[in-house]
Design a protein. Structure first.
Length: 85
């Protein structure tokens, strides 16, 4: 299965919205650190990862968390995981 960048962005946005509903990704650049830009702590970040796992029905190993640090990285990672699932 393939996913467009727009579809992947939507999945990431939905997962982040479940963790921090006040977040507006419209102003977030693809290359900025999500934790710093959105002021989310490590627990919120972990919840974000769990939300992505559930939404995509895939496991995300802890070794891959760094790839989810930026919006662009998260979008690309989601596309890769969906394509390989």
């Amino acid at each position: 299965m393939t996913m467009t960048p727009a579809q992947a962005r939507q999945r990431v946005a939905e997962a982040l919205a479940r963790v921090a509903p006040e977040i507006d990704l419209a102003d977030v650049e693809d290359d900025v650190d999500l934790r710093e830009e959105l002021d989310i702590d490590s627990m919120d970040f972990r919840r974000f990862v769990i939300e992505l796992c559930q939404a995509l029905a895939v496991d995300i190993p802890e070794a891959d968390y760094g790839r989810l640090a930026t919006l662009g990285g998260a979008i690309e990672y989601v596309r890769e995981r969906v394509a390989s699932a």
